[in-house]
Design a binder for this molecule. Structure first.
Ligand SMILES: *Cc1c(COP(=O)(O)O)cnc(C)c1O
Length: 486
């Protein structure tokens, strides 16, 4: 299996190279040259395995240059004993009698679905570098609006040969998210609050990535910069696994093998739903893929009109991890749907960067609409869904999951991306309660009201010492990175 760039199909890399390089020099994203096919026997075989077994089988189809031993070590490190609080890692749960199926992806160490990929990525990255004889220390720089930073810190912490530095907007993350990062443990981690918003943090990180002189300085010290966001194939491929696994679990629960199931995915950067597309193209019987957006409905409009236009107001919502106007992974979908038209993709992406919009031809939009449904849902409707699911089905959903559940029918598989305890104030209000006191009081309150336990990784934060108090001006980020890597 080889990988090519969405903006230049003559580029050919192994999966190890694609994972180490992250993004192609032409600005394109790496995609497989063909999508592996699975049949009924394969799904039946996986149905008898645990999550670790399933992950190894699916990853082996894409990461053909990794040995079985290497994949085994990576997968066990990520999903083995003690990493996830649920024995099935990514369980499928029926929400009451009348509700949809929920694919719960938040039983990892940070209580959000980013763990599914970011527990595995560091292992794939260091294994890939070792295979290629690359002896650099990998320094991961990440700007975060909340969930990705914490998941990257947990994933890379104390992984030999790596360091991880995270920048977050000092006043732009939730108190719980801030505490999660400020108390981060590990010897190879650094966390900095930025006196500015997420864009300032992101621009600062991008500027550092583009700084040739700094790269040479680091090269002398044997350090290579890398990124943990979802443009890396190594972050996407672990996400394909849970769609295959979920289908096996639905069959085990009585779904006739081969019957199609619609999937609703709360979407921001288009990574999670793109993984569902790969699973569907592999032959897993998934039906319509419902791309669920909050009020930032740039993708809904795209699927309805064929015009992707980021020139619009940006809204802050109850589902902050979906507050995004540039969904990077859509580029991969366009490449596949055009049959690999790298020139067309490069043109649209250039126009997006220069003018903030592009328009795809109507036949292409129709092709997308055969596979994808799309819809958007505001905060009020999502809160009403949280209340209804709880009252009628006894299921407690977080605000991101609620956006997808709002657009899902009863037989649909809804991707549940965060623990409701990550957003206690919003969830309490949706249940008709008045949130009391500070964040930890609200965790206890939500637990009292619903009779469900506070997840251990969040409860534990209370007793964790704050290790990182540093904040810096965006202009001083390079200095902070130097310090962090010293
Ligand atoms: C990141 C995130 C999403 C969006 O996923 P994408 O892959 O960016 O589309 C949805 N929900 C939660 C809780 C997230 O952290």
């Amino acid at each position: 299996m080889e990988y090519q760039s969405t903006r230049n199909r003559s580029v050919r890399l192994s999966s190890a190279q694609a994972i180490v390089e992250g993004i192609s020099r032409d600005g394109g994203l790496f995609v497989p040259t063909s999508i592996p096919q699975v049949d009924r026997e394969f799904l039946e075989k996986l149905g008898k395995m645990d999550y670790i077994g399933r992950a190894k089988e699916v990853l082996a189809l894409y990461l053909t240059d990794f040995t079985p031993g290497e994949l085994d070590a990576c997968v066990r490190g990520a999903y083995g004993e003690g990493r996830f609080s649920h024995p099935k890692v990514a369980p499928v749960v029926k929400a009451g009698k009348g509700g949809p199926w929920m694919l719960e992806l938040w039983h990892g160490p940070t209580c959000a679905f980013k763990d599914m990929a970011l527990q595995l990525l560091p292992r794939l990255m260091t294994t890939a570098a070792a295979k290629l004889g690359d002896r650099h220390t990998i320094a991961v720089l990440t700007a975060t609006s909340g969930d990705t930073g914490k998941a990257a810190l947990e994933g890379f912490r104390d992984v030999p040969g790596t360091k991880v530095l995270v920048f977050y907007p000092q006043d732009g993350v939730s108190p719980m998210q801030k505490r999660q990062m400020a108390t981060q443990q590990g010897e190879n981690v650094g966390v900095f609050g930025i006196e500015g918003n997420f864009d300032a943090a992101q621009s600062g990180v991008k500027a550092i990535f583009g700084d040739r002189a700094f790269a040479e300085e680091l090269e002398k010290e044997g350090i290579r910069l890398s990124s943990a966001n979802s443009i890396n194939w190594g972050r996407l491929v672990p996400q394909i696994v849970y769609y295959v696994s979920a289908y096996c679990d639905l069959v085990a629960g009585g779904l006739p093998m081969g019957e199609r199931v619609d999937v609703a995915v709360p979407t921001g950067n288009f990574g999670d739903i793109l993984a569902a597309y790969y699973a569907r193209e592999m032959g897993v019987p998934l039906g319509r893929l419902i791309c669920a957006s909050n009020r930032n409905r740039v993708l809904t409009d795209f699927f309805q009109t064929g015009r992707y236009d980021r020139n619009r107001p940006f809204y802050t919502t109850d589902s902050p991890s979906m507050d995004i106007l540039i969904s990077s992974n859509l580029e991969r979908l366009l490449f596949h749907l055009t049959g690999g038209d790298d020139q067309a993709v490069a043109g649209w992406m250039a126009q997006l960067s220069a003018q903030g919009w592009y328009q795809v031809p109507e036949p292409l939009r129709e092709k997308a609409a055969e596979i994808f449904g799309a819809g958007s849902c505001g905060d009020e409707e999502a809160r009403a869904t949280i209340g209804r699911l709880y009252r009628e089905e006894g299921y407690l959903a977080d605000p991101h999951t609620a956006v997808a559940a709002s657009l899902a029918g009863p037989g649909t598989l809804v991707v549940s991306t965060a623990s409701p305890y990550k957003f206690p104030a919003c969830v309490l209000e949706a249940l008709g309660q008045v949130p009391a006191g500070e964040d930890f009081d609200q965790l206890d309150q939500l637990s009292r009201v619903t009779g469900t336990p506070v997840p251990a990784p969040l409860a534990d934060l209370r007793s964790r010492e704050v290790r990182f108090r540093e904040s810096c001006d965006p202009a001083a980020m390079l200095q902070a990175v130097r310090q962090g890597l010293a």
